[in-house]
Design a protein around this ligand. Structure first.
Ligand SMILES: Nc1nc2c(ncn2[C@@H]2O[C@H](COP(=O)(O)OP(=O)(O)OP(=O)(O)O)[C@@H](O)[C@H]2O)c(=O)[nH]1
Ligand SMILES: [Zn+2]
Length: 372
């Protein structure tokens, strides 16, 4: 593999120039564990090698927040050690893009999902997963990262074409920048769409709700030798992702994928965020309450109660607002339940080994019965 196939270009070369003089080498981080990183290092730019690297104290100290620390996808300058010596990250290069999310809840901490991600593919369907408001959240998140948003309305084989197209139109109306495709992983269309973006040097993330077909699509990209799975290991009870937490994987036909357990959580988080945001107006009103810890019950000087009395705020809306935390808890439980259902399906599907289209469609119908 070459540096260029990993995404090295003039932008990074220019940023790297001062480090070259010190005898350091450019490297792209492909894996992150609690103790170190793995990287492709370009000692020979035409033939990069995978090695383990550690962070220098300086880079660690210079990072003001966790989000500034090197992350999977980042380009760094590495000083190669001699025999029995560590290879050390001496500096990180600026990011072209950074796909991250704020941690759920009140915390302002930012969690980096992947650095230098060029394309974020959101997989959804035109059935139970179709949700324009959630998609808006994805578009905001992706827009902020500077990556290109691509949507796959997958499982097109399960719905009439007019219905799929109507969903596509609805999503196109939400974002002028995003590419919206109607696909089916079963016919190979999904693979074609993803591959059309995966040129040499391009890094992609695949996100979306549980059960929409991400693993199916991604496994098609990997080919035979590398399988992405959410299945739980029967022996250890752990998913694959608990051992290999984040990684960047070069694909056999060009391009790279960044896979990360955080992606799975984005879906839940966007729902939660959407819910919170839909009450932003009430929250703003609450700032006018006399007491900061106002419970908006019988408290004196409650701006929200006053608004209800005046008729500017609907009583039902206030009740839902007061139940917000319960609602979020419910959302989390639901997400968990769906995850468990999907894992059960995956296991069952594996047993059945449904290879032909009709069997798969039947399985899909069985699964739908399990949903609610
Ligand atoms: N009919 C139909 N079924 C599909 C399609 N794509 C995936 N499936 C099926 O949908 C089910 C869920 O697919 P997965 O690929 O496991 O979904 P996922 O998004 O990876 O789900 P998580 O791993 O839970 O995040 C599987 O049984 C797939 O065979 C499609 O285009 N059409
Ligand atoms: Zn109040």
């Amino acid at each position: 593999m070459t540096l260029a196939e990993l995404g090295w270009d003039d932008f990074f070369a220019e940023a790297f120039a001062p480090y070259e003089a010190k005898g350091w080498f450019p490297a792209r981080l492909i894996r992150e564990t609690t103790i170190n990183y793995s990287a492709f290092v370009g000692e020979d730019p035409e033939d990069v090698e995978e090695i383990d690297v550690v962070l220098s104290g300086k880079v660690w100290h210079d990072a003001e927040t966790d989000a500034d620390l090197p992350a999977v996808g980042d380009w760094v300058a590495v000083e190669l050690g001699g025999e029995n010596e560590d290879h050390v990250i001496r500096a990180s290069l600026p990011r072209k893009s950074c796909f991250s999310r704020k941690m759920p809840g009140k915390s302002v901490e930012e969690q980096v999902i992947g650095a230098n991600v060029d394309v974020v593919a959101v997989v959804t369907d035109s059935g139970p997963d179709h949700n324009p408001r959630r998609m808006e959240r994805y578009f905001t998140l992706i827009g902020r990262s500077a990556a290109k948003a691509v949507v796959l309305i997958n499982k097109s084989d399960l719905c009439p074409p007019e219905h799929n197209e109507a969903c596509a139109r609805e999503l196109r109306a939400l974002s002028a920048d995003a590419d919206i495709h109607v696909t089916s992983a079963l016919t190979g269309e999904g693979l074609e769409v993803l591959q059309s973006y995966l040129k040499d040097g391009v890094t992609m993330c695949v996100v979306g709700s549980s059960g929409v077909g991400k693993s199916t699509l991604v496994n098609q990209l990997y080919g035979e030798e590398w399988q992405w799975t959410s299945e739980v290991n029967d022996v250890t009870g752990k998913g694959r992702h608990t051992t290999t937490s984040r990684e960047l994987v070069p694909l056999p036909f060009g391009g790279m994928l960044i896979d990360n357990p955080g992606m799975r959580e984005i879906q839940m988080w966007t729902d939660e965020q959407t819910l919170r945001e839909s009450f932003a107006d009430v929250e703003t009103m609450a700032l006018e309450c006399k007491f900061a810890d106002c419970k908006h019950g019988n408290d004196k000087g409650c701006a929200i109660r006053a608004a209800v009395a005046e008729g500017t705020l609907d009583l039902h809306r206030l009740e839902s607002f007061l139940r917000l935390d319960d609602e979020i808890l419910k959302l989390r439980k639901l997400a968990k339940k769906r995850q468990m259902t999907v894992e059960r399906w995956a296991k069952r599907n594996h047993r059945v080994k449904a290879r032909n289209l009709n069997d798969r469609i039947q399985l899909e119908k069985d699964e739908k019965g399990d949903w609610e």
